[in-house]
Design a protein around this ligand. Structure first.
Ligand SMILES: [Zn+2]
Length: 695
């Protein structure tokens, strides 16, 4: 990426860029602090902030009121009570090399008018979540996240689940009131164990220990926090009712005395000249430490000097975080492989010439999605910079443009590499998906499990585990094969945990489902966005299988009358119509549907509905002005459910549906003690979805 150098910027360009940076940094702050889901590496984020600060330094008149320089992190999230910090909880300025660290020392010395060397305390910078813990008379009373630096989230209940890491009572003498600050984090081992458990439970994986710790602490249910193994190092002071130490190093001793864990690698350095050696020493230990760190924090030890130095903007003048360089290396992009997830999502993965990055051999890197490939302009054969920045999954930073480039730009596939079905990307979505759900080997097991699930075919004795086993045997290529399982009854009977009786019962259960309601059939196909209620709407609209199939196949043609009709069914809408049309545009999906239908008797929607209709055989009267349907529509719908609709109320009437401005009929119903329903109650009774509000 080539951006204009800051000295070359015109004032107009600088103003524009500051506006863009403010927006972009705020966006990443939100992802990081509120969603615990950063999109960019910390080093890239730091680069944005540094560019912003550099432009502000060159054009001080253009500093915006919402400048990121004056903000820390994101606002507190809804769901937690907010707690105001008595002393703002700010963040640190960063240094990235010895020159920047020396400049920081010079600034501090000039400010103080000192010539003597500065004494520092150096502490590894843990990659976690900053929190403040308030103790009154030695007892833990509340704790908050940093939030925006002024106001954080009240996570007291969650902090109480952290055992000895957050002492409930301070040992020994303590001030009447003190706020102790520290970092909640997750060790690498606990992180890996958590992700293994998440994977086993098919839950989402955390990108790195920091996200896992933040996600663990910011749970609305403290029981979830308790189940995550969180650790804490204490390292700073907020408000205190009385002085507790003369130096920061002395304060760390007090923290240990009160029962807190303090990072054992923290050291007092007699002079700033020792910092570079300490930085190297910790850097060398970094990969073998049990937790992630991203640098070393240097704080001026003398608390009186700290008070004199104070703050500038969002950061103290007496401390700086000297960050480690991101662990990067250069290698060749050998290929881009597309993985297909169990839900059909296509995800690109970079295959690299294996390379050692900070002690770890890296052969793959994440590419997130197709836009990222385009944004980075990746070509197979390019030399690329690969980075591990505390993150577990390596990333590609950029293409090295002065090395020989790959021949052709990478073209993202529009067919699924696992099954050859077309892969589509709906407007406004970043993920491209395979449309061949039932034929795609990557998705097949998942689809079969859905197919037999309770609200679909609901076949007794065919659970997830059995589907997986039979699939592994090669017995299930598609859903139609389920109905051929009875032919294998003898083979099933001799399997472990089966036996003749269970195999017989399975065959019976399968036969019992050869007759199926149209809506269950549609739902079982697992077409994206076609859940139970949409399946019901479709079944009701098209009434029988043959009609539905014909209309769907016709609707695959963009702009066809059938597609327009489909999109206008109340509750379906154009987006869902697209998904259906995409499904039927794949001929092999149609073949699967046909193969299934050949095995089954699919009941007409009306027949099935009447059978379990709550109003079948009832006599119903509509009166007054109906708001969500015409009188004619209401009558047709009631009759389709087996009800008899009459105009006048008599003793034979079972239900009177009362619209607006109802007159004598409503009164008569009341006199005769006949059940009356509002229009909404009627809809609820017959299981119709809420009508869209009038526009
Ligand atoms: Zn596929």
């Amino acid at each position: 990426m080539t951006e204009p150098g800051i000295p070359d910027l015109s004032e107009a360009e600088a103003r524009g860029e500051l506006a863009r940076l403010a927006m972009e940094i705020a966006y990443h702050d939100r992802l990081y602090h509120q969603n615990d889901a950063p999109e960019i590496a910390d080093a890239d984020y730091d680069a944005l902030r540094r560019r912003n600060a550099a432009i502000e330094a060159r054009f001080p008149a253009l500093v915006r009121s919402d400048s990121p320089t004056n903000r820390v992190g994101g606002a507190a999230e809804a769901g937690f009570a907010k707690l105001r910090h008595k002393v703002p909880m700010l963040s640190l300025d960063n240094a990235f090399d010895a020159t920047e660290f020396a400049a920081f020392c010079d600034r501090a010395r000039r400010f103080l008018g000192l010539t003597a060397p500065l004494v520092f305390v150096a502490e590894p910078k843990i990659d976690g979540l900053s929190i403040g813990l308030t103790y009154e008379n030695g007892v833990f009373v509340r704790g908050a996240t940093r939030g925006d630096g002024t106001e954080g989230e009240d996570v007291t209940a969650n902090l109480r689940t952290m055992g000895a890491a957050v002492p409930q009572r301070l040992e020994g003498d303590a001030p009447a009131s003190i706020e102790i600050r520290g970092e909640v984090f997750m060790t690498k081992a606990d992180f890996l164990a958590l992700n293994a458990a998440q994977a086993a439970a098919e839950q989402k994986l955390f990108a790195n220990p920091r996200n896992a710790a933040a996600g663990g602490l910011r749970q609305l249910d403290p029981r979830i926090t308790a189940s995550r193994r969180l650790s804490l190092f204490a390292y700073a002071m907020g408000d205190s009712s009385e002085p507790v130490a003369e130096t920061h190093f002395g304060y760390l001793d007090r923290l240990r005395g009160w029962g807190f864990a303090v990072n054992p690698l923290s050291r007092r350095l007699d002079s700033e000249t020792q910092a570079a050696a300490f930085q190297d020493q910790i850097g060398a230990q970094r990969s073998s430490l049990p937790y992630d760190i991203d640098g070393v924090v240097y704080k001026i030890d003398d608390l009186a000097l700290q008070r004199r130095l104070g703050f500038v903007g969002r950061a103290p003048r007496w401390a700086i975080a000297w960050k480690f360089p991101a662990e990067q290396a250069t290698t060749v992009l050998r290929d881009i492989r597309i993985q297909v997830g169990r839900t059909g999502a296509l995800t690109p993965v970079a295959e690299l010439e294996p390379i050692n990055v900070g002690g770890v051999l890296v052969a793959r890197a994440t590419l997130h999605n197709e836009d990222e490939i385009a944004r980075k302009g990746l070509r197979i054969g390019d030399t690329v910079v690969v980075q591990r920045a505390g993150d577990v999954i390596p990333q590609i930073v950029e293409v090295v443009t002065d090395k020989p480039r790959g021949e052709v730009a990478y073209v993202y596939p529009d067919v699924c590499p696992a099954c050859g079905s077309h892969a589509v990307r709906p407007p406004n979505e970043v993920v491209r998906r395979c449309t061949g759900g039932l034929i795609c080997p990557a998705q097949r097991v998942e689809r079969l499990i859905h197919f037999v699930s309770r609200n679909a075919f609901d076949i007794d004795g065919l659970g997830e585990k059995t589907i997986q086993e039979f699939y592994a045997e090669g017995w299930l290529h598609g859903p139609a094969d389920l109905f051929r399982l009875p032919e294998r009854e003898a083979d099933i009977a001799v399997r472990k945990d089966w036996g003749k009786l269970s195999a017989r019962n399975l065959s019976k259960a399968i036969h019992a489902r050869r007759t199926i309601a149209l809506e269950r059939f549609i739902f079982a196909l697992g077409i994206r966005r076609i859940g139970e209620s949409n399946a019901k709407l479709l079944a009701r609209h098209y009434t029988n299988y043959a009609n539905w199939r014909a209309q769907m196949v016709a609707a695959k043609i963009v702009g066809s009358d059938e597609r327009l009709t489909l999109g206008s069914i109340l509750g379906i809408g154009p987006t869902i119509a697209e998904e259906l049309a995409d499904f039927f545009a794949e001929d092999r999906n149609v073949a699967i549907v046909d193969a299934l239908a050949a095995e089954l008797t699919i009941e007409d929607a009306a027949a099935a509905e009447v059978a379990d209709s709550p109003v079948a055989g009832k006599t119903v009267v509509f009166t007054g002005t109906l708001e969500t349907m015409t009188r004619q529509e209401a009558k047709a719908r009631a009759e389709s459910l087996g009800a008899k609709v009459t105009d006048s109320v008599s003793k034979k009437t079972d239900i009177v549906v009362v619209g607006a401005d109802a007159g004598s009929k409503a009164r008569k119903a009341a006199e005769l003690g006949i059940e009356t329903l509002t229009e909404a109650a009627w809809r609820a009774r017959i299981g119709d979805p809420e009508a869209a509000p009038p526009t």
